[in-house]
Design a protein around this ligand. Structure first.
Ligand SMILES: Cc1cc2nc3c(=O)[nH]c(=O)nc-3n(C[C@H](O)[C@H](O)[C@H](O)COP(=O)(O)O)c2cc1C
Length: 156
């Protein structure tokens, strides 16, 4: 099974986990990056309104893949605007597997995983699993159990 990990990360925590996962399951990794940075409050606003922002060139065509793992931080309880744009640009996704994971500061309710799942379900993709990690656990290296359970879903 050939898997693409597509990662948006602003301050590096999500990317750190994505890179570890890439090594563990032997996947490809594409980094989602915005064309421009915005002030904190605009980031919140865009996430809250489910806006999109221009992103740099990255892998959006799943033609050569069997599955996608999409990952990002939670912003304003939701997906960052870069993820909304990435979802919009995705191609050749039907009947392929997908999983999502998010990182966040706290245990507050978040809609980011639901947003990604609902969108990809609606495109005909098959949900395999999800993971939510806390930033402090990534910093302290305390998320190996949940990480191992999640990664097993992608090891042949
Ligand atoms: C604009 C912005 C909004 C955020 N909103 C939330 C939030 O609603 N809930 C939360 O738990 N953490 C929130 N965070 C914290 C991040 O989700 C968290 O630090 C995450 O692990 C950062 O991932 P990264 O290092 O990959 O960018 C926010 C951070 C930023 C910059």
């Amino acid at each position: 099974m050939k898997t693409l990990i597509a990662c948006y990360s602003y301050s590096g925590h999500t990317l750190k986990v994505a890179k570890k996962l890439q090594k563990k399951i032997n996947a490809d990794l594409t980094e989602i990056k915005t064309e421009n940075d915005k002030w904190y409050l605009f980031k919140i606003w865009d996430s809250f309104r489910a806006n999109k922002v221009p992103i740099k060139n990255c892998t959006t065509d799943l033609m050569n893949y069997d599955g996608l793992i999409l990952c990002c931080p939670v912003w304003a309880g939701r997906t960052p605007a870069a993820i909304n744009q990435y979802l919009y640009e995705l191609k050749n996704v039907k009947d392929k597997q997908f999983a999502v994971f998010v990182t966040s500061e706290g245990n507050k309710s978040q809609k980011a995983t639901i947003q990604m799942r609902e969108y990809l379900d609606a495109q005909g993709m098959q949900f395999v699993g999800q993971m939510k990690l806390w930033t402090k656990d990534i910093d302290n290296g305390k998320c190996s159990e949940i990480f191992n359970i999640f990664s097993m879903k992608f090891i042949n």
